[in-house]
Write a protein that binds this ligand. Structure first.
Ligand code: PLP
Length: 449
């Protein structure tokens, strides 16, 4: 029998030959050897070395119920056996997407009663963009074409959702953004090195937003996209009053408010939807990731009654994917959402795990390599500095990637972004595992200096 080492070497070689990875520096990866992850077990994954690694990122901000949820596997197996796939085209559908759409509506802010299914967060946002265009056209306001989006936002990888995204490294290689995407400042107080307090910085962002809207012409603006907490941009927690102020500005100018909850929905911050926590009453919520805990791909664009009405009455709805409402993916979603509900995970994050995680994160601020921590519920970040302090950072410091490698060597996975690490563990993590996660982070950061 070939040894584990020789199988790993063969897979690494085939991977190098045949696969292009997302958002990866291939020469770095091929230099160190691609990790070949083998198995999952609760909050741990096991790679080619056989060592369990505590997953402080829940896969990619999504494996909320951990890696061995029997209920999801059984539901998908049953659906696959009965009817693996049938489209929601031709005046037909299947039971699973109907049940998921009902579940989403019942747990969502009051007006959001209709879901358009897709396969990912990018597609959920892309769908929102098309629905918004169609909506304003049906309302006789086709001049509303421009979309407001924020610096440090991440909304996906299609041409339009990369244009929505406010990260230069995602756009620059493709000469994006497209026309019509208007950038407003996101509330990244630390990144701006602002002398203002975070709350005053948030107020400044709102004033700028209002100024930009007036300069563009409010009647030309269709919608604003905002993640309640900016995730891939660096876990940016909105300062007090900022999101409600943004919502208010949209209302004042008749601009649709889209809440991208691809990371924040389904319990991550101790609420079914973050929009509810901030009482945003959005016109559209986009979801993906945690809707199936990553077991199968699924995205959803949840729209208000007001937006649904003209679309439902407007004749032919000319949008959809072959796999919109895929029954097996929706079976995974339904089992996952019921698991979250039956195990009280949302309340557990709100009352127990979230505050515990936030307290551990606050302690991390005392580490000499940490210059700021931010967090809410089960999502957090630590900004890192070299020995010379923040002024010694350069664009190539990339302390986040270095730190995440060091933390991984200490038995836990976190994500490196620029000069910070992001942490977002499964919602089924225990207090002891949170202790262990932060102990690994501290040991890793000890070696950064
Ligand atoms: N929106 C947000 C807030 C995200 O965090 C992501 C992915 O990280 C996306 C959209 C894109 O989702 P996907 O990678 O499933 O296309």
């Amino acid at each position: 029998m070939p040894s584990v080492d020789s199988i790993t070497a063969e897979l690494q070689s085939l991977d190098r030959q045949y696969q292009i990875h997302p958002f990866t520096n291939h020469s770095d990866m091929h230099g160190t050897g691609t990790h070949i992850v083998q198995r999952g077990d609760g909050c741990y994954f096991i790679d080619e070395t056989g060592t369990p690694i505590l997953d402080g990122l829940a896969g990619l901000w999504c494996v909320n119920v951990g890696y061995n949820c029997r209920e999801i596997v059984e539901a998908v197996t049953a659906q696959m056996t009965q009817l693996p796939y049938y489209p929601s085209f031709f005046n037909s559908t299947t039971e699973a997407p109907i049940r998921v759409a009902e579940f989403l509506a019942k747990h969502a802010p009051a007006r959001l009663n209709h879901t358009i299914f897709s396969n990912s967060g990018s597609e959920a946002n892309e769908t929102a963009l098309k629905v918004i265009r169609g909506y304003w056209k049906l309302k006789g306001q086709s001049q509303r074409r421009k979309i407001l989006c924020r610096t440090y936002a991440y909304h996906g990888v299609t041409l339009a959702t990369t244009s929505l995204t406010g990260l230069v490294n995602c756009q620059e290689p493709f000469d994006l953004p497209l026309e019509g995407f208007v950038r407003i400042p996101g509330p990244y107080h630390y990144g701006a090195r602002s002398e203002l307090t975070p709350e005053d910085y948030g107020r400044w962002c709102l004033e700028e937003t209002r100024r930009i809207i007036l300069a563009e012409g409010p009647e030309t603006i269709a919608a604003l996209f905002a993640e309640p907490i900016q995730g891939a941009g660096g876990v940016i927690i909105p300062p007090k009053g900022y999101l409600s102020g943004l919502r208010e500005i949209c209302r004042e100018f008749g601009i649709l408010y889209v809440s991208d909850e691809v990371i924040t929905a389904f319990g991550r911050i101790g609420a079914w939807y973050a929009s509810e926590m901030w009482e945003l009453d959005p016109d559209i919520i986009c979801v993906a990731k945690g809707i199936t805990s990553g077991y199968l791909p699924l995205g959803g664009t949840m729209v208000s009654d007001e937006i649904a009405e003209p679309l439902l009455k407007g004749g032919y709805f000319a949008h959809g994917f072959t796999y919109s409402g895929h029954p097996s993916c929706c079976a995974a979603a339904l089992a996952n959402l019921r698991y979250i509900e039956d195990h009280g995970l949302v309340t557990k994050v709100k009352d127990d795990l979230g505050p515990y995680f936030e307290a551990k994160l606050a302690n991390l601020a005392a580490h000499p390599a940490v210059s700021e921590v931010r967090g809410m519920g089960l999502i957090g970040a630590a900004e890192l500095v070299p020995k010379g302090g923040r002024d010694a950072l350069t664009p190539t410091s990339l302390l986040g990637a270095k730190a995440s490698n060091l933390v991984r060597a200490e038995g836990a996975m976190v994500r490196g972004i620029r000069d910070l690490i992001a942490i977002s563990p499964p919602l089924v993590i225990s207090r002891e595992q949170i202790d262990s996660l932060f102990a690994s982070v501290e040991r890793g950061l000890d070696k950064l200096w």
